[in-house]
Ligand binder design. Structure first.
Ligand code: RIB
Length: 312
């Protein structure tokens, strides 16, 4: 695959996902039998790095793994997707883990244990100055210590690197950080958390939430709406709505991660917002129709074939 886009650096989490497939999510205190349990490569940072690489991006992942036997396997797996993992740090800890429960409609609940992700420090990132100098895009999420996310955004901004932030899972964001963000991509519940606006099916609420995020200092925002599509807005309040592609949902894990990685590469390749959103929606539609996190993410040919099938 020809890699035409400039360097993307992802500073984020690397997890081992323990995935339990069940018919129906349990009530409080209830025990339910899983009909299948698997271990898979995950973590929002790693998933987004893989999605960008499979879409044709030149991607370097910065993060931390542990000294347990899973870590080597997981890193080896990420490398297979052509993500540069040379700067991943080895910590005296266990790998980050995530316990994912998927019900028969494909919806999930996730429980996180940060492990080595929580051992990443600002000093570690300061030890990699060339990182931002050779990059054109930084992508961060909320699964590493907040000080690292904030430092990465500040360092990237100082060097004129374009910054993408996926504030997931939702947690408090210091106000000073919003103006450091060029593009924020988040889902409905994360947008509700930031804006306190209850996002029901009404598109006007979603526009209002997007506009409130822009008012905080973010240049462009995309709110992903699951099967309803996604809404983009920029600081001139120009909005673009894109519908989702209807597919049979198997597992929604990493759907958002796939959208983000694919969108960034599409934009770096010079696509219009509308085309980049469509490409990202197609990528995430394919991901939800398959099980797992990284292994559900499509490559550029699969996305192109899907889009072609949808247009005929
Ligand atoms: O976004 C999906 C990811 O969130 C999973 O792979 C899991 O590791 C959690 O971090």
């Amino acid at each position: 695959m020809e890699r035409t886009v400039l360097n993307i650096v992802v500073v984020g989490s690397i997890n081992m996902d323990f995935v339990c497939y069940i018919r129906k999510l349990p009530q409080l205190g209830e025990t339910v039998q899983s009909y299948k349990t698997e271990t898979k490569s995950g973590g929002k940072g790693a998933n987004q790095a893989v999605a960008a690489a499979l879409s044709g991006g030149n991607v370097t992942l910065i993060g931390a793994v542990g000294n347990d036997f899973y870590s080597r396997d997981i890193l080896f797996g990420i490398k297979k997707y052509q993500v540069n993992t040379d700067r991943v740090l080895w910590k005296d800890s266990d790998i980050g883990t995530s316990f994912v429960v998927v019900d028969e409609t494909g919806q999930n609940n996730v429980f996180l244990s940060e492990g080595a992700n929580g051992c990443l420090t600002v000093e570690d990132l300061q030890g990699l100055p060339e990182l931002f100098d050779s990059s054109s895009v930084l992508l961060v999420q909320n699964e590493i210590p907040w000080a690292c996310t904030r430092y990465a955004l500040e360092a990237a901004k100082q060097r004129g690197v374009q910054t993408y932030y996926n504030p997931a899972p939702a947690s408090e964001i210091e106000e000073v950080v919003f103006p450091l963000i060029d593009v924020m991509i988040l889902n409905e519940s994360e947008a509700e958390f930031i804006t306190s606006i209850r996002l029901e099916d009404d598109l006007s609420n979603i526009r209002q939430a997007a506009s409130q995020i822009i008012a905080l200092g973010v240049k462009e925002v995309i709110i992903t709406l699951g099967e309803k599509g996604s809404l983009y807005m920029n600081h001139q309040e120009e909005a673009v709505f894109t519908s989702a592609y209807p597919v049979q949902v198997v597992d929604t894990t990493a759907a958002g991660d796939t959208f983000i990685g694919s969108f960034i590469v599409a934009r770096q390749q010079g696509m219009t917002i509308k085309d980049a959103l469509q490409r990202a929606s197609a990528a995430s539609a394919i991901a939800v129709s398959r099980a797992g996190a990284q292994e559900s993410i499509p490559n550029v040919e699969e996305i192109a074939n899907f889009l072609e099938r949808c247009s005929t």
